[in-house]
Design a protein around this ligand. Structure first.
Ligand code: GMT
Length: 378
């Protein structure tokens, strides 16, 4: 198949999943064309069967906001036409699903039909998409897609609750590429971060409000009071300054390291004992899955799709969003019990294996095939 993938090229989970999916499809012999405004973060090297088309969004003095949607639609039209694509897969509804619809309509005027699959990732439904500035367009473009997938059952339920959707949504879970994400020996690294054998905790996110990043520091404060420990804060975003301020207030700066955006997250996770993700809302929690693939148990909230990934009392613990004391209590319990921690590490890896790319990729391939067959019939 010749597949076009439209996504955000940034560190966010939707861009990561779109890129890893494209690379997996290319390894299976499909021809994959990424269409985005910058080279996706995880598309670092040359790959057979992979092509990258950059959207040229020209600035012009008249534009206060350069019209990216228009530039993207035009690029999609060109790529579908000249690369002869069979199917377009867009990740994150805003604006990609609406732009794909426009491109599809333009192509139809030229006698060319291309089916569009939209994958819903989370905030495109639960936060931003639900905002009345976007909602009518989101609802319309989901309904006009030829196929719609959601990354968890919880996100599917949210979509059906928040919008009037008149077509099926297929749940295809996020996945992990075990070729890349597995525990590697980084002991030399551990000695630098935790020279006296302290426990290492980690949090990864885009530091937005929805992630409740300050809760991570509150939880760590309680852990640190009882267990010699260090905290790695990986990523960057609007809440970073508040979070750093809180560390200063708690006098924790020597034991909390803000590492900013990192490419080789698996190398950092390899030295960690516990991962914390206390989000207010989380459609799946790819960051938690990545931690589990590196044998790191997870202390999480029970919001959204997190319970579909992290199993309470098996791979980690879940609490209500905002329940800092509960999350800290669970973290301390686990970190002080070597035997339990070891068992949870194994459980985390076993659970992560269920989301192995090689298990999930065939679902996408079968879904594309079904959409293509439906499109021929209709
Ligand atoms: O978490 C973010 O804010 C980024 C966002 C994205 O679209 O890049 O992540 C969403 O998609 C990920 C991949 O499907 C999911 O694993 C995340 O749970 C989801 N984030 C939220 O729902 C907040």
């Amino acid at each position: 198949m010749k597949i076009g993938i439209v996504c955000y090229p940034t560190y966010g989970g939707s861009g990561v999943i779109a890129t890893e999916l494209g690379l997996g499809l290319a390894r299976n012999g499909h021809e994959v064309h990424f269409i985005t405004y910058r080279r996706p973060v995880r598309l670092a090297h040359f790959h057979e069967n992979v092509f990258y088309h950059e959207v040229d969004n020209e600035d012009y003095p008249l534009f206060e906001y350069p019209p990216y949607d228009t530039a993207l639609a035009s690029t999609i039209v060109d790529v579908v036409k000249y690369q002869n694509l069979d199917l377009l897969h867009v990740h994150y509804a805003i604006p990609h699903a609406a732009v794909a619809y426009m491109a599809k309509k333009i192509l139809l005027t030229q006698g060319r039909y291309v089916p569009v699959v939209t994958t819903l990732h989370g905030t495109d439904i639960t936060l931003v998409g639900n905002n009345r500035a976007f909602a009518p367009v989101v609802e319309f473009s989901i309904n006009k897609s030829d196929g719609v997938t959601a990354v968890s059952q919880s996100l599917k339920n949210d979509t059906l609750r928040l919008f009037k959707i008149d077509q099926d949504i297929e749940v295809i879970y996020n996945f992990i590429d075990f070729e890349r994400f597995r525990k590697v020996d980084k002991d030399h690294f551990k000695k630098i971060i935790a020279p006296d054998g302290e426990r290492i905790l980690a949090h990864t996110s885009n530091f937005r409000k929805v992630k409740r990043v300050e809760d991570v520091i509150h939880i760590f404060k309680q852990v640190h009071d009882q267990v010699p420990s260090k905290l790695l804060m990986i990523g960057d975003g609007p809440e970073r300054q508040n979070t750093e301020r809180l560390c200063r207030q708690f006098n924790l700066c020597d034991d909390v390291r803000f590492l900013g955006k990192q490419d080789a997250i698996e190398e950092l996770l390899a030295i960690c004992d516990l991962f914390i993700i206390p989000s207010e809302s989380e459609s799946f929690g790819l960051a938690a899955l990545e931690a589990m693939a590196c044998e790191v148990p997870v202390i999480s909230s029970n919001s959204g799709g997190l319970p579909e990934v992290n199993t309470h009392g098996v791979t980690g613990f879940l609490s209500d969003p905002g329940d800092i004391d509960g999350m800290a209590r669970h973290a301390i319990e686990l970190l002080q019990n070597e035997q339990m921690l070891e068992q949870f590490r194994k459980n985390a890896l076993a659970q992560a294996k269920r989301f192995d790319l090689s298990n999930i990729l065939p679902h996408y391939e079968a879904y594309y095939q079904a959409v293509l067959e439906r499109s021929v019939v209709s």
